[in-house]
Design a protein around this ligand. Structure first.
Ligand code: GAP
Length: 466
């Protein structure tokens, strides 16, 4: 079977159960508050998960902020004045239709019952005579459930002290629009970018880290003249596509959905959802929205602060319109993991000098090297031979100079070490064995995806890995 065919077959095997199990087993992602039985809709990131997530954030930031002259990065507070969310319509509109089973009292999102589960914030859906999917009981009429988490700021517990945990990072940028104009004097079109946490009291969190109550977004608010919105929308559509390919996602698994008018968020005039074929179905990965001047106009009216822009060339003063490319970070990690997860049956490979293990299913993450949490692992063949360990430490120190995220591992036999590195997606393993110290000064370099090994001189190792 050709490698690409095998990969497709392997991916079908890559069910969510396997991916969730690997994520926990190898220290990527754990259930939130795990020792207390978990907390629904929350997940904790372990060392490998943080490393993968940080690699994605760094890639995003360098591509969309550092490499551009028209983008301004911010990191706004999560707690924001409640007036922000009144002005944007989130207090009134940021809700999902909730139905409750009259028998078992379980609660569901009405718009998700029996159909797809688009991330709509509409009030259109009803239970429509549907039955409880758990016990078959009758469902109540839908009522609107606001998804913002509410808390109080300071010692008082009155209405004036109410604050919301932000349900989107976007507003942290809109409320700083004037600060950016005044401090950096950008010319239109320009954008603001932010990576940060967002919180939503989802009625039905599910599908691992796909729909959670606490998650991270990477968002851009791109300010344009109204007459240029569709041209800029198209530019960003292509940019988002290119970004997804840079993550190693299969273009054939990415689909665009022109969101129908009745499903648009309350602030949007046009939205494209980028959907990805996850193992649990084709679901929204990212969104691209034309938010018009909705946010700046509403904040201007509510705050009485002028949020218009003056064009020095045309001498025109106007409130800019906004194109918003939004990227869920947790969903990005999930898509990258699903794309990378592979199983094959080539389990019995060893370093020279080791006995073959019996054939077993080999699980590996075919992560693009630039995203892999660990780039290279270095092993002494045996941990109880000081000469091997010393040489391996020496090689490790050299590799670390060019690949800071290299690791040294001498736990268990070599086969187990390979399994561990395969499962965390380490592209290369380097083994120091007796030939290294007694014969020719070469080491074994093993490729994660093929499992093939070759001997290479230590002096050539660094450039080969690079
Ligand atoms: N500022 C616009 C905005 O927040 P959204 O479509 O509601 O738009 C943007 O969310 C992105 O955030 C989604 O495309 C998705 O990637 C991610 N996202 C939304 N809700 C999520 C949740 N409950 N869990 C994980 N990611 C979520």
């Amino acid at each position: 079977m050709k490698h690409s065919e095998k990969k497709n077959a392997d991916q079908e095997n890559g069910s969510m159960e396997h991916i969730i199990s690997l994520a926990k087993r190898r220290g990527f992602i754990f259930p939130g508050s795990d020792i207390y039985g978990g907390l629904s809709g929350t997940w904790d990131w372990g060392p490998l998960g943080v490393a993968l997530k940080n690699n994605i954030k760094k890639l995003w930031w360098s591509r969309f902020v550092e490499a551009r002259d028209d983008m301004f990065g911010v990191d706004a507070a999560i707690l924001m004045n409640q007036k922000v969310w009144n002005a944007t319509g989130h207090v009134a509109n940021f809700s999902d239709p909730l139905v409750e089973c009259t028998k078992c009292k379980k609660r569901f999102r009405a718009d998700q019952l029996g159909s797809g589960d688009a991330d709509v914030k509409s009030d259109a859906a009803g239970s429509g005579g549907k039955k409880c999917p758990d016990c078959g009981g009758a469902l109540s009429e839908p009522k609107q459930f606001n998804m913002m988490f509410k808390t109080n700021i300071g010692a008082a517990q009155d209405d004036a002290s109410v604050v919301y945990l932000r349900p989107e990072t976007a507003q942290g940028m809109f409320v700083n629009f004037k600060n950016i104009l005044d401090s950096l004097h950008p010319k239109l079109p320009f954008g603001m970018a932010q990576i940060g946490k967002a919180f939503r009291n989802e009625i039905a969190p599910r599908d691992f880290i796909f729909r959670t109550r606490e998650f991270e977004q990477m968002e851009i608010e791109y300010f344009v003249h109204e007459k240029n919105w569709s041209e800029q929308f198209e530019i960003w559509r292509k940019e988002m596509h290119a970004w997804m390919l840079s993550l190693g996602l299969d273009a054939a698994k990415i689909h665009e959905l022109d969101v129908p008018a009745e499903d648009l968020a309350h602030y949007s005039k046009k939205t494209i959802d980028f959907e990805y074929e996850f193992p649990f179905g084709k679901k929204e990965l990212y969104g691209l929205a034309y938010r018009t001047d909705f946010d700046l106009k509403n904040h201007s009216e509510a705050s009485r602060v002028d949020l218009s822009y003056f064009d020095e060339e045309t001498k025109e003063r106007f409130v800019p319109h906004v194109i918003e490319p939004t990227f869920g970070l947790d969903r990005t990690v999930l898509a990258v993991l699903c794309e990378a997860y592979c199983e094959d049956a080539m389990g019995s490979e060893v370093a020279s000098g080791e006995k073959a293990e019996k054939t077993e299913t080999r699980v590996f993450l075919k992560l693009p090297a630039h995203l892999a949490p660990v780039k290279v692992a270095v092993f002494p063949l045996l941990k109880n031979k000081p000469a091997l360990v010393e040489k391996a430490r020496e090689v490790f120190a050299e590799i670390r100079k060019v690949a800071p995220n290299a690791i040294f591992d001498d736990n268990g036999n070599i086969g187990k070490r390979y399994r561990r590195q395969d499962e965390i997606g380490t592209p290369f393993c380097v083994t120091i064995d007796f030939d290294t110290i007694e014969k020719d000064g070469t080491v074994t370099l093993r490729d994660r995806d093929t499992g093939s090994q070759k001997r290479i001189e230590i002096s050539k190792l660094i450039s080969e890995i690079s």
